[in-house]
Design a protein around this ligand. Structure first.
Ligand code: BLA
Length: 522
């Protein structure tokens, strides 16, 4: 159904990941019609779980394929007003005279009942009693953390302690859908991903939508052979079964390839939601196949949800603090500029000399240069001397707009390649008035940042089995992770606004001054 005929990034957004028609092979899935509990569809591995081939299962009722006790347990739990509280249901099924302990998970969606069977892990169930103690002690602890970063780090550690994944990351989305690893707890020998940025297309839109509805997903083994659902089309709806809320849903092959390229074998991913908005993910990686019990996954979800709200509050506080600082700085500048004194240029220069640090903090830059009618004043460490003159005049010629910014200067201004460690990113405001030019240009040094997918030279076009061209994630993670020189941290909306506001302040001062000067003349 999913035919990709053209190759562009929107392909990622169009893969219908909620209806893969397959499940992961560590479990077994039955689609049931209520109230009789007729099996409409089943995964093709029923032999392993129920002792019968799928063709012999579909069309039967649950009571015909389950032991009476197991059937009784399931039908009892279906009476609960909210199936969430019924799960997990421990059952025993016997085939070939061998009893098999399983965990059943039930949910209703799209007019059917979906029953999933997973392996039952007694040790993890046992440990589950400790889970709640740990959650209970972690919740108040997060409130004692002083910053978003500290709290995120704490959450990563708690989740790793609970689940024992090799790596646990807290991933935060930016407004453009790209993301950054803001906290990480990992086995010491693993290479850190902390601080790395990833493009929006790595977690496409429909995946983000799904993750804001279903908060936990597990990938047990990326080298698994997914198991098809039989029949593929639901006999009642004539559609693929919607597995949005199924725990066994087979994961997008593109994402599987992505994880394989990364060398990852298993993952667990928990949504971080605030006010119904997905703002981040807890991403757990393991370097060998790994299954964790439903209880443990639930515990992670609970911990994630409780902490999510607190974390988000702290994140907001970071921005509020920045905004307050920006207001103060703006006020200071306004005061200094409003002094009615003869030479405006001198006044601006004095302001810069006394408040250079503020000027940097205003937009979180590392260097700034102010061009006032051809004269330059500099502040900060990361300045592209001796090229400043040329750079500013290049800006005036090619980007004369009120405000201009880039996080990869060298791509549009090749000489910047020579001082990329000092000025990989640039934010500039300009005022042209009465034939005079006023420029303030901030610089940001280069950060080690992964290649954005859109501009990735390793972007691979592959021809799939159906002779369709598709976009594939990086063929090799090392190549993909090739850190490009020349990227600075992007300028965010608040910083851009702060620069714009400073421009307004200056503009007013300049206008005021011209008016004042005219009056003097008159
Ligand atoms: C899903 N992509 C995901 C998920 C993550 C990432 C965390 C959630 C699923 C999971 O693993 O549990 C991305 N993983 C990351 C990132 C890091 C990480 C950024 O560890 C950083 C350290 N992916 C691509 C491209 C496409 C794509 C180009 O890179 C599309 C062509 C698709 N990613 C893709 C899809 C899913 C996904 C379709 C959904 C998988 C599913 O739930 O079925």
């Amino acid at each position: 159904n999913f035919a990709l005929t053209s190759v562009d990034l929107s392909n990622c957004d169009r893969e219908p990941i909620h209806i893969p028609g397959k499940i992961q092979s560590h479990g077994c899935l039955l689609v049931l019609q209520e109230p009789e509990l007729i099996i409409l569809q089943a995964s093709c591995n029923t032999k392993l779980f129920l002792g019968r081939e799928v063709e012999a299962v579909v069309g039967k009722t649950l009571s015909q394929v389950f032991t009476p006790i197991a059937f009784q347990k399931i039908s009892q739990s279906l009476k609960s007003h909210d199936l969430k509280y019924s799960n997990p249901i421990d059952i025993e099924l016997t085939h070939n005279n061998t009893p098999q302990q399983l965990t059943a998970i039930v949910h209703r969606h799209d007019h059917v009942l979906i029953l999933e069977l997973e392996p039952h892990i007694p040790t993890q169930t046992h440990r589950a009693y400790g889970i709640y103690a740990q959650i209970q002690s972690s919740l108040p602890a997060i409130e004692n953390k002083n910053s978003f970063e500290e709290s995120a780090q704490f959450l990563a550690q708690e989740i790793r302690q609970l689940t024992e994944y090799d790596r646990v990351m807290i991933y935060r989305f930016e407004t453009d859908g790209s993301g950054i690893v803001v906290a990480e707890d990992k086995k010491p020998e693993l290479e850190p991903f902390l601080g790395l940025h990833y493009p929006a297309s790595d977690i496409p839109k429909q995946a983000r939508q799904l993750y804001s509805k279903n908060w936990v997903r597990i990938i047990v083994n990326v080298n698994d052979n997914p198991v098809a659902i039989y029949p593929l089309h639901n006999p009642i709806t004539q559609k693929h079964i919607d597995l949005s809320y199924a725990t066994l849903r087979s994961v997008s092959p593109i994402h599987i390839e992505y994880l394989q390229n990364m060398g990852v074998s298993a993952s667990l991913c928990i949504s971080l939601i605030n006010d119904q908005k997905l703002w981040g993910l807890i991403v757990c990686h393991h370097y060998s196949p790994k299954f964790v019990s439903y209880e443990l996954r639930q515990a992670c979800e609970l911990l994630g949800q409780f902490m999510s709200v607190e974390l988000f509050r702290q994140y907001q506080k970071n921005w509020e603090a920045y905004q307050i600082k920006v207001k103060k700085i703006q006020q200071l500048f306004r005061q200094e500029l409003s002094v009615h004194e003869s030479d405006l240029i001198n006044r601006i220069r004095t302001m810069i000399d006394s408040s250079g640090q503020h000027l940097l903090e205003l937009v979180n830059a590392q260097g700034v240069v102010i061009g006032l009618q051809g004269e330059l004043t500099e502040f900060g460490e990361t300045l592209p001397q001796p090229d400043l003159d040329d750079l500013l005049s290049w800006l005036r010629s090619y980007y004369p707009q009120e405000i201009f910014y880039t996080d990869r200067l060298a791509e549009i201004y090749p000489p910047a390649q020579n001082y990329i460690n000092k000025a990989a990113g640039l934010l500039a405001i300009s005022i042209y008035l009465d034939q005079a030019t006023y420029q303030i240009v901030w610089f940001r040094s280069e950060i080690i940042q992964t290649v954005t997918w859109g501009g990735n030279p390793n972007k691979a076009v592959v021809i799939d089995d159906h002779n369709q061209m598709r976009l594939s994630p990086r063929q090799s993670f090392e190549a993909w992770k090739e850190t490009v020189s020349g990227h600075a941290l992007g300028w965010n909306e608040l910083e851009i606004n702060a620069a714009m506001e400073l421009r307004n302040t200056l503009m007013l001062a300049v206008l005021h001054f011209s008016h004042f000067a005219l009056e003097e003349v008159a």
